[in-house]
Ligand binder design. Structure first.
Ligand code: ZN
Ligand code: FE
Length: 256
């Protein structure tokens, strides 16, 4: 099995498009389809032909390009069964534990609801890569639009147990703003301070802060750190369950 090639590109302002390409079979998947023209331009730049779209959730900034891309390339659209009715052009409906083959490389579907009720992430264990859509952001997490805090916390817990060196690709570039909020929750976290400084520099020259890694997020992302004694003390929640601490951090971010 050859290593997946990956091409990430900014699109629609703060979204990311990502193409993955199996060099042996030439299979190429777009993670979500924020904008058909921009995905086609990225494919053209790489000289790749689209064979699949892996949809994380139904929001239009992740599915707007589905129909045009399917029309132009005949690609197969794979997405969460629970949101099938709101995903244009869906061919294959997937749920927890299903596998998806992109050429010779295989993804496992992890259901990560909370941002939307059927949101899924795609984990490529052999390549050590996970595509998390709008569930996990670097130093942040998705808004709870169709799920409650316990639901989102369970989803994040599934991502937290992946190997630390797993590369994390997210749906949006929000890291710089996320760091400003995170520093109000855990100001003494050295790893977070270092990440905030790094990301501020990247943002200055418009460079991406992604992919991140699971290990980096475990060390810096307040939404993954309800166990941190410093956070618990600051929030006055020493005796609370992790899901409750997570919920409070999410509430504070919504008001930030
Ligand atoms: Zn979304
Ligand atoms: Fe989004």
């Amino acid at each position: 099995m050859a290593k997946l090639e990956i091409h990430q590109f900014p699109t629609r302002g703060d979204n990311y498009g990502v193409l993955i390409h199996d060099p042996v079979t030439e299979a190429t998947a777009s993670i979500d389809a924020p904008d058909a023209d921009e995905v086609l331009a990225a494919l053209h730049e790489k000289g790749w032909v689209l064979t699949h779209i892996l949809v994380t959730h139904h929001h239009s900034d992740h599915t707007a390009g589905n129909k045009a891309l399917k029309h132009k390339t005949g690609c197969t659209i794979i997405g969460p069964a629970l949101e099938a009715r709101s995903i244009p052009g869906i061919d294959v409906k997937v749920a927890e534990g299903d596998t998806v083959d992109i050429g010779e490389t295989r993804a496992t579907v992890i259901e990560t609801p909370g941002h939307t009720k059927g949101h899924v992430s795609y984990y490529f264990p052999k390549d050590g890569i996970v595509f998390v859509g709008d569930t996990l952001f670097s130093v942040g997490c998705g808004k709870l639009l169709e799920g409650d805090a316990p639901t989102m916390w369970s989803s994040l817990e599934k991502l937290m147990i992946l190997p630390r060196d797993t590369q994390v690709y997210c749906g949006h570039e929000y890291t710089n703003a996320n760091c400003r909020f995170a520093l109000t929750i855990e100001p003494e976290n050295d790893a977070l301070q270092a990440r905030a400084a790094e990301v501020a520099k990247l943002a200055e020259r418009g460079a991406p802060s992604l992919p991140s890694t699971i290990g980096q997020e475990l060390d810096t992302n307040p939404f993954l750190r309800p166990a941190s004694p410093d956070i618990r003390t600051r929030l006055d929640m020493e005796g609370s369950a992790p899901a409750e601490v997570f919920a409070e951090i999410r509430r504070r971010k919504d008001r930030f």
